[in-house]
Design a binder for this molecule. Structure first.
Ligand code: ADP
Length: 446
């Protein structure tokens, strides 16, 4: 096992990785920007290195600074966490070139799933069903209209380099194609520096269902069931649950097998997630994330598996050591993403936390790096805590979640706690009756 690991991230996920390392007797090195000098991940790590100013481009995305920190502190391996450099194949490659181990998949697999056009064609080759759409990037307006006419309206134009819900435009008729295509390209160029766009069918009432996988790079791959992430605002997930209220055991086994067969063919290593839209009993691939995801804890809760621990273990070259039959799913889990934002306007609310009380008790987990007196910096993502609850049934989980949200106190900044309280009381949500558009309609935004 590794002796020392550098965690190339910040916030709750840096702490999450630190905790798994500690339990395995591994020393940790935190890296941080000047804005994060007081952060909990820095305080708890065995060592820490400042890697630059607040701007993430100059700190958490600064490969040279991170590799220098790894060299100075003499670590064995680097965990990239979520976001930042976690899906940067070049970073993974450079880590290996410098003699460290990258805790994640191979650079080839990261590239394969990195841009959406390549991912789509790789998924099709691996026998994973995709949304009907174009084979590659669209060249011009005429081609786009021809393709869209063939697919049938509405269609969605998506930036191949897209992520975080950016770079997507829906067209309801041929007339809308020129304007929406140009908007999509402009947004993609500005956000990702790449204006390649492709077209696929826009599904009317799908759910977002994703399958968590874990592989050892030797052909052994298991899945940890699915997560339902249909509750989204502006294509961003707000609350996730596992298992999905919309899947039965048969559908779960079917998609699980498609995914594990595909990934064992390529000998996938580490944790990964394949995202699907699910409509009328059919699954349609939308993308694969070759990293840990924000909502990974709900899969951990129902499967009783520590995904970060498994990532660390397989990164050393160890085989998984168990097959699909060893994965026993039990009960129900829900995660609420708690952001430092106004619960109605979603305006970010950075600032000092004056009071903090996290809920606890049976089946309640809080993944957070905040504390009383901590100042939420304005430079990064507004996620400040994840409340994860487990119950033996969905109903028990919901009752527990309700009381945990009531107990949760975060003073001094606005948070989305009131939004979650309202949301989990809604009859549609209680019935598990929602699709990817439901939340925006419910909030009166659609
Ligand atoms: P990103 O990488 O930006 O997260 P995704 O491809 O994962 O983009 O899509 C994010 C969300 O956008 C999906 O969960 C879904 O809500 C919506 N979406 C994407 N593709 C389609 C589609 N073909 N039809 C309907 N909604 C879609």
């Amino acid at each position: 096992m590794f002796e020392k690991v550098l965690i190339a991230n910040r916030g709750e996920i840096a702490l999450r990785i630190h905790r798994a390392c500690k339990e395995m007797g591994i020393k940790t090195v935190a890296v941080h920007s000047t804005a994060d000098a007081d952060a909990m991940h820095v305080r708890l790590a065995d060592e820490s290195v400042c890697i630059g100013p607040p701007s993430s481009a100059l700190s958490y995305l600064n490969i040279t600074a991170i590799l220098s920190a790894a060299t100075i502190t003499g670590v064995d391996a680097i965990h990239p966490g979520i976001g930042f450099l976690s899906e940067n194949a070049k970073f993974a490659e450079m880590i290996e070139e410098h003699g460290f181990t990258f805790i994640g998949p191979t650079p080839e697999h990261i590239s394969m799933m990195g841009d959406k056009i390549t991912a789509r064609s790789e998924a099709m080759k691996l026998g994973i069903p995709c949304v009907p759409g174009s084979d590659g990037a669209v060249e011009d307006i005429n081609e786009a209209i021809e393709l869209a006419n063939g697919i049938g309206y509405p269609v969605i134009m998506k930036a191949t380099a897209g992520g975080g819900g950016k770079g997507m435009q829906v067209a309801y008729s041929a007339d809308e194609i020129p304007g929406k295509l140009s908007l999509c390209r402009t947004e993609a160029k500005a956000a990702f520096g790449n204006d390649d766009v492709y077209i696929e069918k826009y599904l009317g009432q799908p759910r977002h269902i994703e399958v968590q996988v874990l592989g050892d790079g030797q052909g052994n791959v298991v899945h940890l069931g699915e997560r339902d992430c249909s509750l989204q605002r502006r294509h961003q997930k707000v609350l996730e649950e596992a298992p999905s209220p919309a899947l039965n055991a048969e559908a779960r086994a079917k998609i699980g097998k498609i995914v594990t067969d595909a990934l064992s063919k390529i000998k996938y290593r580490s944790a990964g997630t394949i995202e699907f839209l699910y409509e009328n009993g059919e699954f349609y691939f939308i993308e694969m994330n070759t990293r840990l995801q924000v909502e990974h804890p709900i899969s951990e809760m129902i499967c009783n598996i520590d995904l970060v621990r498994e990532q660390l273990r397989v990164a050393t070259g160890a085989p998984l050591g168990y097959g699909q039959e060893a994965i026993k799913m039990s009960g129900h889990s829900i995660e609420c993403r708690i952001n430092a934002e106004h619960p109605e306007t979603f305006i970010p609310s950075p600032g000092r936390i004056t009071d903090y009380h996290a809920p606890g008790g049976l089946g309640v987990r809080v993944d957070s790096a905040i504390y009383s007196g901590y100042a939420v910096p304005p430079y990064y993502d507004s996620l400040i805590a994840k409340l994860i609850v487990h119950g033996s049934t969905r109903n028990e989980c919901l009752m527990r979640l309700r009381r945990a949200l009531e107990e949760f106190v975060v003073g001094g900044v606005n948070t989305t706690i009131p939004l979650h309280q309202k949301l989990i009381s809604d009859p549609d949500f209680l019935n598990g009756d929602y699709d990817i558009h439901w939340l925006e309609k419910w909030m009166g935004e659609e």
